[in-house]
Design a protein around this ligand. Structure first.
Ligand code: BTN
Length: 259
């Protein structure tokens, strides 16, 4: 059932300094990412926009992100503080993925899996996806928007998916309080984000611990080209290292599957 988002119970549980302090709640938008990318919304670092419905919710590779109104969490966080832009985006991606995984683990004691580059899975099914978009002025990055879609109380998914979808309700058989989860997620995200700057090794270690494909035979698909090999490791910049007979190749993006 669709439920109203209770701003008060969210606010009580939010324990951050900046992330989510400027909070915008909306019934319907085009896409939370697109709205925060637009300067018209302002430049406050940590601004978080939650929408009950997106008309143009999108994912990686221009895929559509479907989410039933009032059931899930579809939101974006705006980053404008330049100190987070010194590393590869992979690290912001990893910080967001880890925050989703840790908050699910903390609240529901569920085992999560992180799939390179930015999916969160439970029991082999996708519960959440992340889309990072940015805008620059000349050479300089101005704003980075971290968009998160997290399936919470939706139980039926229609359409065709490259990874089967799931929700927390499907995995726990409980209706989940969205306010509590969003507050926990933002609390943890503020910490993981700090670690992008102060302790990137920790980010990589925690992320890799949850990435079960390392060591496996995989296929990587990018623009209709498929490459096969062993998922050797993730390098210090967050790129996938694919080992084939002759060499180890660095993979910058693509869809990864077990071969
Ligand atoms: C993916 O798995 O490809 C990423 C999905 C990201 C979806 C979220 S929902 C909130 C934000 N707004 C968007 O339009 N996309 C992201």
């Amino acid at each position: 059932m669709e439920s109203e988002f209770n701003l008060e119970s969210f606010d009580i549980k939010l324990d951050t300094d900046v992330i989510g302090r400027n909070f915008i709640y909306s019934e319907e938008v085009s896409s939370t990412n697109s709205i925060l990318l637009d300067k018209a919304i302002g430049n406050v670092h940590g601004t978080t926009l939650l929408a009950e419905k997106q008309i143009k919710g999108h994912g990686r590779k221009d895929r559509v992100w479907y989410s039933m109104k009032g059931m899930n969490l579809t939101f974006s966080v705006l980053l404008t503080n330049k100190k987070y832009f010194t590393r590869q985006f992979n690290f912001i991606n990893f910080a967001a993925g880890l925050a989703i995984a840790l908050s699910i683990e903390n609240l529901f004691q569920l085992k999560t899996e992180l799939k390179w580059p930015n999916d969160v899975l439970i029991n082999g099914k996708k519960v959440s996806g992340i889309l990072i978009e940015s805008s620059s002025k000349g050479e300089k990055l101005e704003r980075v928007v971290v968009g998160i879609g997290l399936n919470i109380n939706q139980t039926i998914f229609q359409g065709s998916f490259n990874i089967p979808p799931t929700s927390l309700k499907n995995e726990t058989e409980q209706t989940i309080e969205r306010e509590k989860l969003l507050a926990e997620l933002l609390n943890v995200f503020e910490e993981t984000l700090e670690n992008v700057v102060t302790n990137p090794k920790w980010i990589l270690k925690e992320w890799k611990q949850r990435c079960r494909m390392i060591g496996e035979k995989i296929s990587v698909t990018e623009d209709d080209k498929v490459k096969y090999g062993i998922f050797d490791d993730i390098d210090e910049n967050g790129f996938l290292l694919l080992r084939t007979n002759k060499k180890t190749e660095k993979i910058y993006s693509g869809d990864v599957s077990i071969a």
